[in-house]
Design a protein around this ligand. Structure first.
Ligand code: ATP
Ligand code: MG
Length: 836
């Protein structure tokens, strides 16, 4: 078999191409050489030789060498035929196409290995009609098949497009030399053009054979144009891919290069790299922050990551912020405690009136600390092992419980002042999300430490007095349970190694003195309650309020409103009037506000130069504050039968509430309204049943119930009410309604009742009695078992009020109707109950 000297896929085709160029083919007619009818058949291997082309070939196969040898001594004429399957060696006649090209052998050189290098020139297409010999080489009878060509515009157009495309391809493809273009342009013969392009352009053998076999030159060119445009597209795409890859590389290299230059310039100018400077600074801070081992390791690890990132990376600022928090936290910073007990006592008294029990507890706390520190110091001197002492805990977590405005928060501040510690206050009201306590993991976008660590970071010492306000108002929902996170904060067993999600390293909270506050204890989760020492602060009496006002609130308001102490003096009655008619609260917050208003009015007058009178009388107060906001409504409300005054206990302290009953024509209907809970509703039912069962004893017509509907209403509908403690009040209201006797207007009552009329003890007595006192009631009915609670009451309240301790409802009725039954003194009493 014979192969093209340089495979058409090879890089060095130019040699063969040159040949095509340099030797202008000679038409057979020119040569005057006729093509014999019988020719030796030289099988080609990987190419097709076309007429009018000159091609170098290598002949290696002995059969073919013999053929060429024989031919060159004869007329040099052979037929070149391509195989149907180029893979087949030892081709037989059946393996060959039936059309080939007659050619003459131009030149022959013999290589040392015996192979022949020949140059052939294609002459005409020939079709094999019959093989006449197969050995030593094939011979066959052939017939010349001339190409057909019509000189039309179509042909010209095809020739131009082919030339054009070929030109583009030569420009793109490295395997085609530039000279080919001029060769193609030179060729005025479309047939020659077609064969030249078909020879040099890369394509399948089968495609070449197809071109050879097409009779019409137009068809040949048409086919070539298709092949060429495909090839041009492939080459263009390849070029684009290469240039894209190249430009990507170049950009990176360029940036790297510029950055290196920038560094060099900075160094030259003596400006150290900003990022390097920042990293250096952070490293210094980490080293000096006094972090424990684990924290330091984490911080240095992050610093290492930071130093490898470009400053513009988003990650950079995330890590930067983290390291900011880490280095700013007071890992070691501690303030010295002031353990001077006498001074502490003075400070506490300075800030708050009374609250003796609590102040005492705080003094105890200080005393214990003082003792422990002294002992510790002595042990150090004696070189005793200190480990167990060091592990001792900071101790108690105080929890102040009481109505608003009684001084819980300000007491916490006062403790901090007495101890000489810094004070932080963090409200937990409405905290639902565990992450607010414990932070978000750093993987979150915009993650931050939780409130505890934030506050510690802000205050910059690790032993502040930390007040967690309103722990009764933390919620829990799908975002986790903040109470359990809080537990870790407060539990002395765990808070030595408190792990905030954001920091992700332990921080020691054991030196923090935690104080919590709550209005009521019931909503504080039990495990939390368990870890705290609860101290109750109750509401103040009128007298206490007046005292607090005089000692603390008035001086403060005078100061805050730019007045001088000698410019303002409140008469006792004036103060009492503010307390009574302008406030109704357990604490003193509103009182302070009203005093503030009075002071501002006074300040305005002084500033205007028209100080009428700096001595504040009740009349002046009324003039400054306007119409009274509160007045004793008891007398008015209880004038008619069916209304009784109960005592309630809410998170705002104690309060009085009126229970109203009314009757209408109907048949045994009973409704209870006023945003009432289930327990209270059942309690109402029990009260009614009891009254009915005792109708006769109560002088009530038993048949009455069959003809009536009864409606029981507890006003102030917006406030939810529940609990059994209004039992006696509801029974009294019903009895009053049915007996058509008004209830003693100066009497308040509380207590749970059973169906049989027993009165059971209830909670919140102190707050309730204080509220009754505030409302101007003179007597209260209480369950006998609550008598112990009376001891907690302030002296003045105990003296001013009458307490009727009862076991049974009848005793309540007696107190309610006892002296008014049959008498007509109710009206007179009403008038006395009116506000002054
Ligand atoms: N016994 C007291 N002596 C002096 N001032 C007091 C006393 N009790 C309360 N006050 C003053 O009343 C104001 C309100 O008190 P504070 O803010 O501490 O109330 P609180 O109990 O924390 O209420 P809340 O439950 O609403 O947070 C403060 O200005 C405080 O100084
Ligand atoms: Mg408070």
């Amino acid at each position: 078999m014979v192969s093209n000297q340089q495979s058409s896929d090879g890089p060095s085709v130019p040699a063969s191409a040159e040949m095509v160029m340099s030797q202008r083919p000679v038409a057979p007619e020119e040569q005057g050489q006729a093509i014999p009818q019988d020719l030796p058949i030289l099988p080609l291997q990987n190419t097709v030789v076309f007429p009018l082309t000159v091609v170098p070939l290598v002949v290696e196969e002995p059969r073919s060498v013999r053929l060429v040898d024989d031919a060159v001594v004869g007329d040099r004429m052979i037929a070149l035929v391509a195989p149907r399957n180029p893979q087949v060696r030892e081709v037989a006649p059946d393996d060959l196409y039936r059309m080939g090209t007659a050619a003459t052998i131009h030149r022959l050189t013999r290589a040392p290995d015996g192979s022949l290098h020949i140059i052939v020139q294609g002459l005409e297409r020939v079709a094999i009609t019959e093989f006449t010999q197969s050995s030593p080489y094939m011979r066959a009878r052939v017939e010349v098949v001339p190409d057909t060509m019509e000189e039309t515009v179509h042909l010209e157009a095809l020739a131009r497009s082919a030339t054009d495309l070929f030109g583009r391809l030569v420009n793109l493809a490295s395997y085609l030399p530039q000279e080919l273009v001029s060769g193609a342009l030179d060729s005025s013969d479309p047939r020659q053009l077609a064969y030249m392009i078909a020879t040099t352009t890369r394509m399948e053998i089968s495609a070449r054979q197809e071109i050879l076999e097409l009779d019409s030159v137009s068809d040949k060119l048409q086919k070539l144009v298709g092949i060429l445009s495909h090839e041009v597209n492939v080459q263009e795409l390849g070029k684009k891919i290469r240039s894209d890859a190249k430009s990507g590389m170049e950009k990176l290299q360029r940036e790297y290069f510029l950055r290196e230059q920038l560094k060099a310039i900075r160094r030259e100018l003596g400006e150290e790299d900003e990022q390097a400077a920042e990293v250096g600074e952070l490293r210094g801070k980490i080293e000096s922050a006094g972090m424990p081992e684990e924290a330091k390791k984490e911080a240095l690890r992050e610093l290492d990551r930071l130093s490898k990132l470009p400053a513009a990376a988003a990650e950079y600022s995330v890590i930067r912020t983290y390291l900011g928090w880490m280095t700013d936290l007071p890992w070691q910073a501690i303030t010295e405690d002031n353990l001077d007990i006498a001074r502490a006592r003075r400070v506490l008294d300075e800030d708050h009136y009374d609250l003796e029990q609590i102040k005492e507890r705080i003094i105890e706390y200080l005393a214990v600390r003082k003792l422990r520190q002294e002992r510790l110091a002595r042990k150090v001197e004696e070189r005793e092992p200190r480990d167990h002492i060091r592990r001792e805990r900071e101790g108690v977590i105080l929890c102040f419980v009481g109505p608003p405005g009684v001084g819980k928060t300000s007491l916490g501040m006062s403790i901090a002042r007495a101890l000489g510690r810094k004070f932080i206050r963090q409200s937990l009201g409405g905290v639902h999300d565990e992450a607010e306590i414990r932070g978000h993991r750093r993987t979150y976008v915009g993650a931050m430490p939780g409130r505890i660590i934030q506050a510690i970071g802000r205050i910059a010492t690790r032993n502040p007095v930390f007040m967690l306000d309103e722990i009764d108002k933390i919620g829990s929902d799908f975002r986790g349970d903040p109470a359990s996170a809080l537990l870790e904060v407060l539990d002395p067993e765990q808070n030595r190694e408190f792990r905030d999600h954001y920091l992700d390293v332990p921080f020691d909270l054991s030196r923090v003195m935690f104080i919590t506050t709550a209005n009521v204890l019931d909503t504080v989760p039990a495990p939390l309650r368990d870890r705290m020492e609860v101290l109750h602060l109750s509401g103040y009496t009128e007298q206490e309020k007046a005292l607090i006002a005089r000692e603390y609130l008035i001086p403060r308001q005078i100061r805050e409103n730019g007045l001088r102490p000698e410019e303002v003096s409140f008469e006792d009655d004036a103060l009492r009037r503010i307390v009574r008619e302008y406030t109704r609260e357990a604490g003193v917050r509103e009182l302070e506000r009203q005093i503030g208003r009075v002071c501002r009015k006074l300040a305005t007058q002084i500033a205007e130069g028209t100080p009428e009178n700096t001595r504040l009388t009740p009349e002046l107060v009324a003039q400054y504050l306007g119409k009274p906001i509160y007045f004793s409504e008891v007398a008015e409300r209880t004038q008619i039968p069916g209304v009784a005054t109960g005592l309630a206990w809410t998170s705002a302290g104690g309060d009085i509430l009126f229970i109203e009953a009314t009757k209408m024509k109907g048949e045994r209907g009973f409704v209870v309204t006023g945003h009432v809970g289930d327990v209270m509703r059942e309690s109402a039912q029990a009260a009614l049943s009891y009254v009915r069962s005792k109708a006769r004893d109560l002088n009530i017509d038993e048949d009455l119930f069959d003809k009536l509907d009864i409606h029981l209403h507890i006003p102030r509908g917006a406030i939810p009410k529940d609990g059994p403690s209004a039992g006696v009040t509801m029974a009294t209201a019903l009895a009053s309604l049915l007996k058509e006797l008004p209830v003693n207007p100066e009497l308040g009552m509380t207590g749970e009742i059973t169906l049989r009329g027993q009165v059971l003890p209830v909670g919140g007595i102190k707050e309730k009695v204080l509220a009754a006192h505030r409302a101007g009631l003179k007597a209260v009915c209480l369950p006998r078992h609550n008598d112990r609670d009376l001891e907690e009451l302030p002296e003045d309240v105990r003296n001013e009020m009458e307490f009727i301790l009862v076991d049974r409802v009848e005793q309540v009725f007696e107190a309610a109707f006892g002296n008014s039954e049959g008498k007509k003194s109710a009206k007179k009493q009403n008038e006395q109950g009116r506000p002054a």
